[in-house]
Design a protein around this ligand. Sequence first.
Ligand code: ACO
Length: 399
Amino acid sequence: GLDIAPLLKTTGAVTYDPGFMNTANAKSAITYIDGDEGILRYRGYPIEQLAEHSNFLEVSYLLIYGELPAQEQLDAFDNVTRRHTLLHEELKGFFGGFPRDAHPMPVLSSAVSALSTFYQDSLDPFDDEHVERSTYRLLAKVPTIASYAYKKSIGQPMLYPDNNLDLVENFLRGCFGVPAEQYELDPDLVNALDTLLILHADHEQNCSTSTVRLVGSSQANMFASISAGINALFGPAHGGANEAVLKMLRQIQAGDVSPEAFMEKVKNKEDGVRLMGFGHRVYKNYDPRARVVKGIADDILAKLGGDDELFEIAQRLEQKALEDDYFIERRLYPNVDFYTGLIYKAMGFPEKMFTVLFALGRLPGWIAQWREMMRDPATKIGRPRQLYVGAPERIYPGV
Ligand code: ACO
């Protein structure tokens, strides 16, 4: 029943590639991944060096503008993002309209979409000045929106951002501070979160980034495109894996099943059980981000006293997997999500916030990719073809 004649008339050839496994949709100079070797670089810089020596603001600049900033450029970038953290009071009012138990991800995407209505002066995707304004408005306001979404979900009043603080500090205070009380920032926690955001800042043409590009290819503005990306990240197959890891660890902790017995279930593919936080579509080697995350997990859990038992179960699972032929043959290694959930939990974030933290980190990548696409003369509106497998022509009854 496959009729490809109409397709061949217009294109001469057609590829059928579900999931775009073998289709490059863009030329990009932003992020390089070699999955076989376990290499990830932003603008040529290895992720390990950026995680150790840079910070999230500088990495955001690097991804968006292509070069590391000189000190005065970084200062100006810091200044402009600090001064745009406030939300319009009427946008703040939106938060009252969502149900009390709303998941913070759709709240985040709705508020980002609504930015199009509040900043109608910065919507022209081809005007460099407008694009600059949208860039710093997003970088500054998304952490505020994210902390408001969190406060909403726990029924606490929202805190206005404090411009003496940087983006990450403001976000932590916005989540965990309470009005009229001094919030003591813990530098170890700030640094750990900053590094985790760097690790998530871009990952070339993943599902949410491709969504940002596809929506933007219709010349939709940056707020509309990135709101769509947030919705793509909301899906459990993309942004929800660290929540799934925690759930798996809890099941092992609560049930009679030992880590060893659980591994047998995974290897026998009983009920389709997988070792969550293991394996990756692109990395067929140790995910370079996972190594950095493991180091942070050691430090933060030792300091904040996270759930030692869950951490121990996770380490036992990892150890078993790294020694087991099933995992070795299939080249399955821990991915970035294996330990992040445990760290976020120790920091005090509920599971619903994990994907929001991912979105905060991925934001500069989405912005950089949207800008690169808009400037690329080769960009065309995204419009895949299909293979029609439905009914042939039919006659409407009575005709
Ligand atoms: N546990 C057990 N077996 C696994 C796992 C796993 N986590 N991942 C893959 N396998 C096995 C498959 O059963 C398959 O075995 P087979 O050849 O005997 O049939 C083989 O490895 C290849 O698996 P595929 O599903 O074909 O690999 P793919 O590249 O499509 O999947 C994915 C990648 C989806 C990430 C997969 O490894 C998985 O489901 N992992 C667990 C979920 C997870 O951690 N997701 C987060 C991804 S990272 C991110 O989004 C930031």
